[in-house]
Design a protein around this ligand. Structure first.
Ligand SMILES: N[C@@H](CCC(=O)N[C@@H](CS)C(=O)NCC(=O)O)C(=O)O
Length: 235
């Protein structure tokens, strides 16, 4: 991996395994979309290379567009194939590297997972704007407006319902770890860093704790905290 603030970068030999997939990400501290794709790749079991593009700097868009015309990260390059958008990368990782195990076998359940993922992917604009992911923020409550409160309530009751329904199958949203957990991981971090009260939703509280215990996520956080770049205007 390349870029400042990354513990593994300097040790990574650059001349071998160039046939491994390459994931291009943004700042680990702030790039929620990158985190989703990265955790999905890690949990898929594939070995991949990483490259880091600093967000919102002169030349950022040009660098991103050098890999994908969409000009956004994450971007996955696998041989001749370029997959952009975190959701597309997660679906691809599931098929190409995870042998399908990041989605349920049952078709109806897969449709539910995709509904839940789409709700996050296309929704919750107030949560995104008002509580942006910032892994360096000291955990402390932040007052939020009514629209954000409604979105937080929706997510917590959705998690609560899913965790209750799949309780006997594992600790994640659909029992075993899967794409829905990758998609909601940045939300988990928002709830933690912005001190969202979870006590009324005990299963969701346990879910947040469980997601924080994922070893791969601990690795991401550790690297994020080594980053020296601070984006202005964070709440
Ligand atoms: N829907 C896209 C959104 C990707 C996105 O907005 N990424 C941000 C970083 S977290 C980005 O590349 N921003 C660069 C820019 O806006 O110039 C996805 O899921 O991948």
């Amino acid at each position: 991996m390349e870029g400042p603030g990354t513990a593994r970068g300097p040790q990574e030999p650059k001349v071998r395994n160039l046939d491994r997939p390459l994931l291009i990400i943004g700042n680990r501290r702030y790039s929620s979309w990158s985190l989703r794709a990265w955790i999905g790749l890690r949990e898929s079991g594939v070995t991949f290379r990483e490259e880091w593009i600093s967000l919102y700097q002169p030349g950022t868009s040009e660098r991103m567009r050098g890999f994908s015309g969409a000009g956004r990260v994450p971007i996955l390059v696998d041989g001749d194939l370029t997959v952009y958008d975190s959701m597309a990368i997660l679906e691809y990782a599931n098929e190409a590297y995870a042998g399908g195990r990041l989605l349920p076998r049952n078709r109806a359940r897969r449709a539910l997972v995709r509904s839940v993922c789409a709700e996050m992917h296309a929704g919750f604009p107030n949560l995104r704007d008002n509580l942006p992911m910032d892994l360096g923020r000291a955990a402390a409550p932040l007052p939020v407006d009514d629209a954000t409160e409604v979105e937080i309530g929706r997510i917590l009751s959705l998690w609560q319902e899913l965790l209750e329904r799949h309780e006997g199958e594992g600790p994640y949203l659909f029992g075993e770890f899967g794409l829905a957990d990758c998609v909601y991981l940045p939300v988990v971090t928002r709830f933690h860093h912005y001190g969202v009260p979870l006590a009324a939703y005990p299963r969701s509280e346990g879910y947040v704790t469980g997601m924080y215990a994922l070893p791969a996520f601990a690795e991401w956080r550790e690297a994020a905290l080594l980053e020296t770049e601070i984006l202005p205007g964070m709440p």
